[in-house]
Design a protein around this ligand. Sequence first.
Ligand SMILES: [Zn+2]
Length: 397
Amino acid sequence: MTGLSIAGGTVVTLDPPAAERRDLVLGGEPRRTLDASGCLVLPGLAIAHTHLYSALARGMPVPAEPPRSFREILEKVWWRLDAALDEKLLEASAELALLDAALSGVTAVIDHHESPSFIDGSLDVLARAARSAGVKAALCYGATDRHGAQGAREGLAECERAIRAGLPAMVGLHAGFTVSDETLRTAADLAKRTGAWLHVHVAEALCDAGSFERLEKADAVGPKTILVHGVHLSAAERERATSAGTWIVHNPRSNMQNAVGYADPKTLGPRVALGTDGMDADLFMEARVAHVRAREAYGPEGGIDAIALLASSGRLADLALGERPGDWIVLDYDPPTPLSAANLAGHVLFGLGVHHVRDVVVNGEIVVKNRQHVRLDAARIRARAREEAARLWRRMA
Ligand SMILES: [Zn+2]
């Protein structure tokens, strides 16, 4: 890390919540200074679950016959999209998603990937895009038997290849209901042999309600397991996941969009992190929706600790990718009411947004300055994405 001071701002930390006027000194000499006068300085945000492959979906045509269930949403939309991805499409999608992440104050993402027509080497494409954007990315291929046992083997082989190549890679499974017991066991074994994390959608909708037990039987539930959604985990399963030390990722906007039910994150234990599930990279919005959805569920005494959710997402990213002491973001936010550690949540939930993100620092390097990515040509990436998105939509038709 080369030397950088972020000077003149109010440094806000989430874990523990604190807000004080001080300078941040990162790395050694030679030292440059980033002027954060009148701004808030926050640790780099982390998305605990996303899909970099889905960024070209925005505005795409909806199915002629609207999906009537979660399974039909997958069959008519997402499984058509992932099957249509080739290397160029994936590259355009990842570049766009990671540019958006950086500009949104996100310095780390935990990605869950699928591109069944282009499996071998797909995680390299994502890793390259992450390096160019200056965003840290934990990667996995979500293996599935949807395309036969061979497809599942290729998915796990891609995870293993990436892990052995030294990429920050995990073992991925799409979801319990699309993998055989054999694939599930092989994935659990691979995670154990390599010491890697396991990242899997679980009980997102009723069609996947039995998956947690199958994961337990395969000895795949532990402190290095990331269960995504968990909407339909039973009370007993929530307790067992908690005592196993497992992480659960809450994606409230995605759950509402897919109408799969309420995950009730208050009952998911202490290791609940926040994901955007590929919608965008807006964690301020995700936290806000998590709060208002909890409020709707519990009434006026409800709501959710948004600070804790954002902090634990950062903690999970630190565990998966290594500590991130050099990752900070500068928000051009002049608090219109008093701001302190005690009322930070109110400012996060009802004030702060991605539009306040002015500068982003990763490992002490300035990646975004004055809302512009310093290395990437945003206009070129968006123009390419528009072209590739049109091609993707044609391939899906
Ligand atoms: Zn997902």
